[in-house]
Design a protein around this ligand. Structure first.
Ligand code: F6P
Length: 402
């Protein structure tokens, strides 16, 4: 039976969104369905309700995005970052007027089902609208932060890990040439997945993530300096420190440029230890002379590299799986990545959990003590926080997330 489906990208962009759009358009078109791309998330529905665009403006065809020459049709989309539908992480669908317009815009489109790509925040919001409007919908998890529960991987994460890993490679040589300690601040919101994986892949000597190092204490600075001493004892003068943006400062407050603060603190702490001449037993201060630090905030470059092959594969599989679910009229599902393939999980299990985590103000899917990459980092001798407090912190985090 022919269907009329919609697709929207909500929240921040990430690599692979366009590849999902391509996958949905291709597999739905092969079934003879019509696909409507809603621009700027729910704002597109408001625009439709207000008569600022027409339903025809939304239609996506397999040859809707021609680039003159050989690259015709939607196939170009799998190589492009961003979202051809635009991404918006503003707006307030909880405002009754906005909500009414969104629901009316959706009704005007006359869709059989909607595919919504979003992070935990957007999926939470869309689920409320979907419930009110009785929408048949399928969620696709996307975020470079990889903090969406019930999926082994969110779309966009793999590319961001690659981007950061490449940046760490580039930073290595300038760090080495100047015998500097380079602190790289990476995204991830309240989760440390990006920092942990890219830190390991990029050869970091120190990785600080909010789950293991909620804030930068004196003990943490001691631990970092101890790591620098150990490196210098084997004649390694430079070091790479990766800090996730979710790590808080010594007062327990979030800082936009925590990497800058950390870089300054490492340098000052090393100097203090040298001057004190009564270091803790663990620190051989003579190795800490001339510690010079620099900070780099990688910023939005992490969001827009060319999608990696894995993200393109995930995008292809997610798009086809979403269309399959709609064909089977199995609605209210989130497509997930599980054991190397696309699967699905009922949204009535996913959304209540996300809401509960949001209410408790905790990350819906943080790095856990059982994460194999934590052990790998430890086994490699990467400093990942205060060793004695590690298990304690992880226990608290796991209890909070239960
Ligand atoms: O959630 C994805 C993310 O890139 C986070 O890692 C980061 O904290 C945030 O979005 C940045 O948001 P914005 O693009 O609104 O500055």
């Amino acid at each position: 039976m022919t269907k009329r489906i919609g697709i929207l990208t909500s929240g921040g962009d990430c690599p692979g969104l366009n590849a999902v759009i391509r996958s949905v358009v291709k597999s739905a078109t092969r079934r003879g369905w019509q696909v409507y791309g809603i621009p700027y998330g729910t704002q597109g529905l408001i625009n439709l309700e207000q008569g600022r665009c027409t339903i025809e403006d939304f239609q996506l065809r397999d040859h809707g995005f021609d680039i003159p020459g050989l690259l015709r049709g939607v196939d170009i989309l799998q190589f492009l970052s961003g979202s051809i539908l635009g991404a918006l992480n503003k707006g307030n669908p909880s405002d009754p007027d906005n909500a009414r317009e969104i629901l009316e815009g959706y009704r005007l489109l006359g869709l059989d089902a909607l595919i919504a790509l979003g992070g935990d925040g957007s999926l939470d919001i869309i689920s409320d609208l979907a419930q009110r409007g009785h929408w048949n919908w399928i969620a696709i998890p996307k975020t470079i932060d990889n903090d969406i529960p019930f999926t082994e991987q969110a779309l966009g994460f793999d590319t961001a890990v690659d981007t950061i890993t490449r940046a760490l490679y580039d930073l290595t040589f300038t760090a080495a040439s100047h015998s500097r300690i380079i602190v790289a601040q990476v995204m991830g919101r309240d989760a440390g997945h990006l920092a942990l994986r890219s830190g390991i892949a990029g050869g970091a000597d120190v990785i600080l993530i909010p789950e293991l190092t909620p804030q930068i204490t004196e003990n943490v600075l001691d631990g970092i300096c101890q790591q620098l001493v150990q490196l210098r004892q084997v004649d390694r003068q430079f070091a790479l420190v990766v800090v996730a943006e979710g790590v808080h400062n010594h007062l327990g407050a979030k800082e936009k440029y925590i990497g800058d603060t950390l870089a300054q603190q490492i340098q000052a702490h090393a100097q203090r230890l040298c001057q004190a001449k009564s270091p803790t037993a663990l620190i051989n201060v003579c190795h800490l002379q001339d510690v010079e630090t620099r900070a780099t905030t990688l910023g939005h470059i992490q969001r827009s590299s060319v999608p990696s092959s894995l993200d393109r594969l995930i995008a292809a599989a997610f798009g086809c799986k979403a269309v399959d679910l709609i064909a089977d009229e199995q609605y209210q599902q989130m497509v997930i990545w599980s054991h190397g393939q696309a699967d699905s999980k009922p949204l009535d299990q996913v959304i209540p959990f996300i809401k509960q985590q949001h209410q408790a103000a905790v990350c819906p899917s943080p790095v856990t003590l059982g994460d194999p990459w934590v052990k790998t980092a430890q086994d490699l001798g990467i400093y990942i926080g205060e060793p004695v407090r590690l298990a304690e912190t992880m226990m608290v985090t796991e209890q909070r997330n239960r």
